[in-house]
Design a protein around this ligand. Structure first.
Ligand SMILES: Nc1ncnc2c1ncn2[C@@H]1O[C@H](COP(=O)(O)OP(=O)(O)OP(=O)(O)O)[C@@H](O)[C@H]1O
Ligand SMILES: [Mg+2]
Length: 254
């Protein structure tokens, strides 16, 4: 479904990705973990063509991402790849229902009736069936993030990229968002997750990639990488991350 081969990217003279190899099979959930600044978000941005690496190959479902040069080609690519960010970016002046129907109607050409019936089904799926008429400002962070996930699903993407979607949430709403993502993974939605939630990554991932300094230092099945990492850097990172979990989530960067 997805493959990156020897992907290199620099910002100016600063190398950020130094030969990334990563692949994801259809129906699999893959996590990317690693320290801040190691290139995790940059990898996701390369996958959906938001930024272009200088070297390497990226294929999504047989499409050569780097060859998609026209606006039309890039839009077509992004229809197939959902991207959920830390900031939900819902339209504040539109109701939850309208947030979910606007792109399917305008971009995919769906009828209003079809888009609305789809939207109601997706809201039920993310357990917000009663919020269709609400405005984003009246929802909690966790609820807004679930709307953002439903909005992404409304485009029926082949692949969804999640970039630290729970980092900005209050601790008590993190679980409800992780549950929704976990269910999607169980249903066979192909996804790539960047997350600092180690327990979650271990539970839902088919495979885990550990990045540091723009390279993948280690990857493997979740049980193996978390249970018995072969690289000392991975081991140290996991020890620290778990220490923070136990301490009740120290502020990031502390
Ligand atoms: N637009 C940019 N211009 C220059 N440097 C950038 C730009 N975006 C990212 N970088 C640099 O690239 C490196 C990797 O950034 P990236 O955002 O991919 O890290 P990350 O692993 O997602 O970190 P975090 O866990 O903090 O989100 C960092 O050193 C960052 O400063
Ligand atoms: Mg990031």
């Amino acid at each position: 479904m997805l493959s990156l081969r020897d992907v290199h990217l620099s910002y100016g003279s600063t190398p950020v990705l130094k030969g990334i190899d990563l692949s994801v099979r259809r129906g699999h959930a893959v996590s990317i973990i690693g320290p801040s600044g190691s290139g995790k978000s940059t990898i996701l941005r390369c996958i959906n063509g938001l930024i272009a690496p200088q070297r390497g190959e990226i294929h999504v479902d047989g499409i050569d991402v780097r060859a998609q040069k026209t606006d039309a080609q890039r839009i077509a690519l992004r229809k197939r790849i959902g991207f959920v960010f830390q900031q939900y970016n819902l339209f504040p002046h539109l109701s939850v229902l309208e947030n979910l129907t606007i792109a399917p109607m305008r971009v995919l050409g769906r009828s209003r009736a079809e888009a609305e019936s789809d939207a109601h089904a997706l809201l039920a799926k993310v357990r917000l069936a009663d919020k269709a008429r609400a405005y984003p400002g009246a929802l909690s962070g966790g609820q807004q993030q679930r709307v953002a996930i439903a909005r992404t699903l409304a485009m029926r993407p082949d692949l969804i990229l999640f970039d630290e979607v729970t980092s900005a949430l209050d601790p008590e709403t993190v679980g409800e968002v992780l549950n929704v993502i976990g269910e999607l993974a169980d249903e066979g939605q192909t996804c790539v997750l960047v997350t600092h939630e180690m327990r979650f990554a271990e539970d839902i991932s088919d495979e885990v990639f550990f990045t540091e300094g723009g390279v993948i230092l280690e990857h493997g099945r979740a049980g193996q990488l978390f249970g018995n990492p072969s690289n000392d850097r991975t081991r140290l990172f996991l020890q620290r991350a778990r220490g923070e979990d136990r301490a009740g989530r120290l502020p990031r960067g502390s």
